[in-house]
Design a binder for this molecule. Structure first.
Ligand SMILES: *Cc1c(COP(=O)(O)O)cnc(C)c1O
Length: 379
């Protein structure tokens, strides 16, 4: 019915996922097992990486990545404030300090120049985000980080299937982290992944997610001799279940269709919003293509309505839009945290809104979103 609420995002899940989850349950192997291993292989291959390490979320993927880099108290990690708060929090988990760099106004991403502006002798890593699926300028960031001799971690939570120079985000990444939360494209309910080309890091990350044990539960299961495990370092329980991985394998098979549909809907938004003055929709950057995990519009300064009023009016019209991407430095958790000026970050978080976009969205639903926006501009 046309008067139903238009949600901002709904995952695209169906009978196949339900069947796969059911098969995993009935197999009797519900913790990390063969389906997790299969999902890791399929995912790594899809994003062009040698190794995939499945974990419980992107937050835990970020945490383990920073542990693997050996970061700790006294170390600084350059990261955007403009990101879901998990990005900054992961730096705090290892006792290091996130140093917030500003972002490019068009893409919402760090650039080599914004990182350079806040780098200090204590900087030990750069944590870049592919925000809302918009790929960061990976070649430029990698070249700059190589010059500075700093590892680059890529928070690719939103960016599965986005591309840079025709290659998937994740290709050639030192460490990339991924999310399977329902707000992203591929979902397993909760879940995450780390990808890397480095076999030694992959082995360490597998160990860290499983209490620091020298052999996985799967290895022990496969062994026909009694296995005396040992714990080589302090690890975590950050495992994914086989039920989640079963769903993830089906979801991965839908990814190309998801991206095609999202790009089609984004292009249609562009066309429909074209004649509303004062709105700048997020676009593909010159260096790559977005999967349009988020489609946001930035309101020009002097736009006739304030962002929060616009959100309220859309809600009134049955459209669930969202405020733009948050900025960690404006949250109580980061009050008093030292930082450089972040003008683009503050502009985007204040003046942008994320419009509904989901695989099963109809043109009629999209027309309602645009009509509701147009109505506000007319007032
Ligand atoms: C969603 C998101 C996360 C957190 O992912 P979870 O899987 O929910 O832990 C981290 N970083 C970014 C950029 C995100 O969008």
């Amino acid at each position: 019915m046309s008067t139903d609420r238009v949600p901002v995002m709904i995952p695209w899940l169906g009978e196949e996922e339900a069947r796969a989850a059911s098969e995993a349950v009935l197999s009797g192997w519900v913790a990390q097992g063969p389906r997790v291993a299969a999902f890791e292989r399929a995912f790594a291959e899809r994003v062009g990486a040698e190794h995939g390490i499945a974990v419980s979320s992107c937050t835990t993927a970020l945490h383990l990545s920073l542990v693997a880099l050996g970061l700790g108290p006294g170390d600084e990690v350059v990261a955007p404030s403009l990101s879901f708060i998990a990005t900054a929090n992961a730096v705090r988990y290892v006792g290091a300090e996130p140093v917030f760099a500003d972002v490019d106004l068009a893409t919402g991403n760090l650039t080599a120049a914004t990182v350079d502006a806040v780098r200090t002798p204590r900087t030990r890593a750069v944590l870049a985000v592919h925000q809302g699926g918009v790929p960061a300028d990976v070649p430029a960031l990698r070249a700059a980080c190589a010059d500075w001799d700093l590892p680059l971690v890529e928070d690719a939570a939103c960016a599965v299937g986005s591309t840079v120079g025709g290659k998937p985000v994740g290709h050639g990444a030192l460490l990339a982290t991924w999310s399977f939360h329902p707000r992203k494209l591929v979902t397993t309910g909760e879940g995450g992944m780390i990808t890397t080309d480095d076999a030694a890091w992959a082995a360490r990350l597998r160990r860290l997610r499983e209490h620091g044990m020298n052999a996985s539960a799967a290895d022990r299961h496969a062994s026909n001799k009694p296995f005396l495990e040992s714990y080589l370092e302090v690890g975590f329980n950050y495992r994914m279940t086989d039920i989640q991985a079963a769903v993830g394998l089906v979801q991965l098979g839908r990814l190309d269709a998801m991206i095609a549909r999202r790009r089609e809907l984004a292009a249609r938004y562009d066309a429909l919003l074209h004649d509303i003055p004062g709105l700048t929709p997020v676009r593909d950057p010159a260096h790559g293509q977005s999967n349009f995990q988020s489609y946001w519009v930035l309101l020009d300064e002097g736009f006739p309505a304030g962002r929060d009023d616009l959100l309220a009016a859309l809600a009134e019209a049955g459209v669930s839009a969202r405020r733009g991407i948050m900025a960690a430095h404006l949250e109580p958790a980061y009050a008093g945290h030292p930082r450089a000026p972040l003008p683009a970050t503050e502009r985007i978080t204040r003046d942008s809104l994320i419009l509904p976009l989901f695989h099963t969205m109809t043109e009629a639903q999209q027309d309602r979103v645009v009509a509701a926006l147009r109505e506000q501009v007319r007032r």
